[in-house]
Design a protein around this ligand. Structure first.
Ligand code: IMP
Length: 184
């Protein structure tokens, strides 16, 4: 089975290829434009992208929207994660966390899939904490400041396979493969 991954984020494409490849699904990245609407949830953004791409004849594809939700900041940056990374960056997030006792956070991932003309959405989440300082060179985005529950190291210090085994995207991809298995 072959799926296109609609993204301009090389880090995401690698994670999809690694995780789906091990499930026997071939992944081909495709850079296709989708206007990210301003919405309260990742699922609304994903459903909007699915509907924008519907008429483009792309065949079978997946796309995802993900975000980092920090409890002490009322869920910020959440659906604004890409904007926050571009503007205040990791250092800005750490400054906002200065002196906060509650450093709990979660990553969420919502995947939209169009397969054989049918569209569906699956989700994954990973709980953890925001570290005091950035650590690690792997991954992308907020990986250097996110320590998943039960681990001592950040996502950026883990191998891609370990991250995929526990991450929000890895879990959503697992749900995706189970759903796809019922449709082939
Ligand atoms: P989007 O899903 O491309 O809109 O990404 C939202 C933002 O969250 C981007 O700035 C990403 O870098 C960040 N992000 C999404 N997934 C991850 C992840 O697995 N690790 C670190 N940052 C992530």
């Amino acid at each position: 089975m072959k799926l296109k991954i609609i993204t301009s984020n090389a880090g995401k494409a690698v994670e999809f290829r690694t995780a789906l490849g091990s499930l026997g699904i071939e992944v081909e990245p495709q850079d296709e434009d989708c206007d990210e609407i301003q919405a309260d949830t990742l699922e609304e953004v994903v459903r909007s992208c699915l509907s924008q791409l519907r008429s483009k004849g792309l065949g079978d594809y997946v796309l995802d929207d993900s975000g980092l939700f920090i409890n002490a900041l009322g869920g910020f940056p959440g659906v604004y994660s890409a904007y926050a990374l571009r503007t205040i960056g990791i250092d800005g997030i750490l400054r906002l966390m200065d002196g906060r006792a509650d450093r709990s956070a979660r990553f969420e991932c919502c995947i939209g899939c169009s397969f054989k003309g049918e569209e569906f959405v699956v989700k994954g989440r990973c709980d953890g904490i925001i570290s005091e300082r950035p650590s690690g060179k792997g991954g992308f985005g907020f990986d250097p400041i996110f320590v998943p529950s039960g681990y001592e190291e950040t996502f950026a210090e883990m191998s891609i396979d370990v991250k995929n085994g526990i991450s929000h995207r890895g879990r959503a991809i697992q749900a995706l493969s189970e759903t796809l298995r019922g449709k082939v």
